[in-house]
Design a protein around this ligand. Structure first.
Ligand code: PHE
Length: 370
């Protein structure tokens, strides 16, 4: 019966080799992964000690017991040594980290390229607000969900006006809609305040419109002034001051007759093309002004008597003119002008932006340019 004996000898030999060899194998491992690999070569499923364990079936009873005890003792020894070496490596790594200089506090900071800044629409809005404030206008705020009475009726829109149609406006419930313009603020001021007053109303407005130059939501800014004896000349003076401040001194302004239900007379305002205007004020003509030399920027006019009437002002018999010389008509004490502009349009002109959608996509590559 040589074979079991030989196996017994062989196992004893293998155990000795392993016991003598593992300490230097572990200490040669200088990082965690190498150590774990080495440990697996000994204790793992296909490890050397596991292989020895598998051969024990061939050994007779008593001897098997003795060798089994030796194998288990070696297993515990290897496991303990592994844990110790693992702890030592972790301590060495920590020590190295603490004593290295991971960052240099004296290095100058890298310039931040992602700092926030105002959206181009906000920039234009703030600029326009500042201009009108300096001209004596206050800011009047109002809701975006408005009753049709304030958005249409009191502004003299007939009930069958196309703007009141489902196709053109966003209706909510019970005669309410998302306001289609900031002119609702004219009504809100005139039904709650006593003139004289001058306000601007910046805000978002909504229309069923969607193409390269129209968005279903966009920004408007309304300006209106109510006092005795206000004339078209006052309106034009304000427009010229505004154009000079926003587009540069001497920017020419012209009024073209136009129609809005709440102004009479009504006009559209053009400014001399900002793209092809030359030093001497002449204009070469370009694609943006369609070679006319003029660009439309806003709508305006004298507040229609019907609006005053709808808002309970200028009631016949109740008028008291502060200066009788101003009197032209018994029922017309208050007069005023109004103007309304689209801020996207102004920003597109200002910065040469070809598509309105760029303002709403919030692509940082676009926004970073302003
Ligand atoms: N509310 C008009 C519009 O949205 C603009 C406007 C305002 C026209 C004030 C005249 C006076 O088109």
């Amino acid at each position: 019966m040589d074979a079991p004996h030989a196996t017994h000898e062989a196992i004893e030999q293998a155990l000795t080799t392993l016991r003598d060899g593992y300490p230097s194998r572990f200490s040669a491992a200088t990082d965690e992964q190498t150590l774990r690999d080495e440990n697996a070569k000994i204790l793992g499923k296909k490890g050397e000690l596991t292989a020895i364990l598998k051969q024990m079936g061939a050994i007779p009873g008593d001897a098997r017991k003795a060798i089994g005890a030796k194998v288990n003792a070696l297993r515990v020894e290897v496991e303990t040594a592994f844990d110790q070496r693992l702890a030592t490596l972790a301590a060495e790594l920590r020590h190295a980290e603490l004593h290295a200089r991971p960052f240099d506090l004296t290095l100058p900071a890298r310039t931040l390229r992602a700092e926030g800044h105002a959206h181009p629409i906000s920039q234009v809005r703030e600029e326009v607000i500042a201009i009108f404030k300096s001209l004596g206008f206050g800011v009047f705020d109002g809701p975006e969900v408005e009753h049709e009475v304030n958005n249409f009726t009191k502004l003299g829109f007939p009930p069958d006006h196309p703007a009141t149609d489902m196709q053109d406006s966003f209706w909510t419930t019970d005669g309410h809609l998302l306001r289609t313009h900031t002119s609702n603020i004219q009504v809100r001021a005139m039904t709650s305040m006593t003139p004289p007053f001058a306000y601007i109303a910046p805000g978002t407005v909504y229309r069923r419109d969607d193409d390269a130059t129209h968005s279903p939501m966009f920004h408007q800014l309304e300006a209106f002034l109510v006092d005795e004896n206000v004339s078209m000349a006052h309106l034009k003076g304000i427009l010229e001051a505004f154009a000079a401040r926003l587009f540069g001194a001497g920017t020419p302004v012209r009024l073209r007759p136009s129609y809005f239900p709440f102004v009479e007379p009504g006009a559209e305002v053009d400014i001399g093309c900002v793209f092809c205007r030359k030093e001497d004020g002449t204009r070469a003509g370009c694609n943006l002004c369609k070679h006319t030399g003029w660009i439309e920027v806003l709508g305006c006019g004298m507040i229609d008597p019907v609006v005053f009437e709808e808002c309970g002002m200028n009631v016949p018999g109740e008028q008291k003119f502060s200066d009788p010389a101003l009197r032209r008509d018994e029922t017309q004490k208050w007069t005023g002008f109004a103007l309304g502009m689209g801020l996207e349009r102004l920003a597109m002109l200002r910065y040469g932006v070809p598509n309105i959608r760029l303002f709403f996509e919030n692509d940082p590559r676009f926004l970073a340019q302003f």
